[in-house]
Design a protein around this ligand. Structure first.
Ligand SMILES: Cc1ncc(COP(=O)(O)O)c(C=O)c1O
Ligand SMILES: [Zn+2]
Length: 431
């Protein structure tokens, strides 16, 4: 990993064409350390060799206008000028995720006593979770670095997004999950081909194993989307912020509730909003970010409530398996963002998650997976405690599809009645 010099990157905003920037990465100019600010050339690197802090992408955006963006396709590539991808990215085989619905959730708002509420429904993505966004950027990085195999450690949704994207891109796939995941997630991760390895242990064990594999010749030329490609991958979540703002008429909402596993999504939504403000694409006004966890895996919420800056890892025990990361890499940044923006971190029990899945389904016709249940449950709790302003414009994320976690609500699912096909029988049944 080479420290970047000023000769091969530019920090000007002129967007000039004569620099020596690597055009495969679009407006990205370097990797920069989130802790000490050290800059490195763009490569498959994820940790600072000076201080071991996480690396993220630094850009020289030049001029970006709303009109330019509006001319783009109705998927995440409309924001390609804000992502580490080449200009022609949309023409390559890819899953083209994004531009999911922002649903005006008036029924749920009325039920909870909120004035204005939208659900950003990412269950509409190609493999039915927001993970298609992050993987789309990671695939481009894998191509750029010449990797032949796409891989990941996953709590379920990412594994499906990776095997699907690899199939479409013509890459091999080998993905790793805890062996006790929901059946639908196992089916999705295996149906697209590639190898699916179940590991006996938690997600944190899976992740540790993948870090070992990266250092071994077995994993040579492999792009682990959420490890050695993490700086690129993570940028995909910024598109949630861009889409929400554009779909609201180029406005950032007053407050937003986001589920947290590793915390990457939440930190990148914040980065996305800040970029829109800096580029003058939206008005500069305050917004609050609220983080949502399941009580059975709530290390960030526990630290927030205790007033700590350090997050103590936990062993997960919750039905919200997609959020079951006991040692979240971006946890400290989530704490910072919640505190800095005037938001909060809250958690809900498994029973509250199931209730919330049913509430969203019966009020808005949206069937969320357990992660969405966590968000709606936390929203309800934050309103009840007066922590979230019911008069402010609110957006919540539904990051995955309820069909992936049917077991969560299966116990109470049955026909209202089973009858003979006769009017009399029906009359009796509904009396
Ligand atoms: C459906 C769903 N929502 C939210 C998350 C949390 O994402 P992050 O790890 O970026 O916090 C995940 C992570 O796997 C997920 O699968
Ligand atoms: Zn550093």
């Amino acid at each position: 990993m080479a420290l970047a010099t000023t000769e091969n990157t530019t920090t000007s905003s002129s967007g000039r064409a004569d620099d020596t920037r690597d055009r495969r990465f679009g407006p990205a100019v370097a990797l920069s350390c989130r802790e000490c600010g050290a800059r490195y050339d763009l490569g498959p690197d994820f940790a600072c060799s000076e201080c071991f802090g996480p690396l993220e992408i630094a850009y020289d955006f030049g001029r970006v206008t709303r009109e330019q963006i509006a001319e783009g396709p109705t998927n995440i590539w409309r924001y390609r000028s804000l992502l580490p991808v080449p200009e022609d990215v949309a023409s390559k085989p890819n899953m083209a995720p994004g531009w999911t619905k922002l649903v005006n959730a008036g029924n749920l708002a009325r039920e909870l006593g909120i004035r204005s509420l939208h659900v950003k429904d990412d269950s509409g993505n190609p493999t039915h979770s927001f993970k298609d966004r992050v993987v789309a950027i990671a695939v481009e990085a894998a191509r750029n670095f010449g990797f032949h195999t796409l891989s990941c450690s996953s709590t379920g949704n990412l594994a499906g997004a990776v095997t699907a994207a690899a199939a479409r891109a013509g890459l091999d796939a080998c993905v790793f999950i805890p062996s006790d995941l929901e059946q639908a997630k196992i089916v999705m991760a295996s149906v697209y081909g590639g190898r699916l390895i179940g590991i006996e242990g938690t997600y944190d064990d899976v992740n540790r194993f993948c870090s070992e594999l990266i250092g071994d010749e077995l994993g040579d030329q492999w792009g682990f989307v959420n490890v050695n490609l993490r700086p690129y991958y993570a940028e995909g979540s910024k598109t949630l912020a861009y889409e929400i703002a554009e779909q609201l008429g180029w406005r950032i909402p007053d407050q937003i509730v986001i589920p947290v596993a590793s915390g990457s999504q939440l930190t990148k939504v914040d980065k996305g909003f800040k970029e829109l403000i800096r580029l003058g694409l939206v008005e500069d006004r305050p917004y609050k970010i609220f983080a949502a966890q399941a009580e059975g895996c709530s290390p960030v919420s526990a630290a927030y409530k205790a007033g700590h800056d350090v997050i103590r890892p936990v062993k997960p025990d919750t039905i919200a398996k997609s959020l079951a990361i006991g040692n979240p890499a971006d946890g400290p940044y989530v704490l910072d963002i919640a505190r800095r923006t005037g938001g909060a971190v809250e958690d809900v029990t498994d029973a509250e998650i199931v209730d919330a899945i049913r509430l969203l389904a019966r009020t808005e016709g949206i069937f969320a997976e357990t992660a969405g249940g966590v968000v709606v449950g936390v929203l309800r709790k934050l309103v009840a405690s007066g922590t979230l302003d019911p008069d402010a414009e609110t957006v919540i994320l539904n990051t995955g599809d309820g069909l992936k976690t049917l077991d969560a609500v299966a116990a109470e699912a049955r026909p209202t009645a089973v009858i003979r096909p006769s009017l009399d029988a029906f009359r009796a049944a509904i009396a």
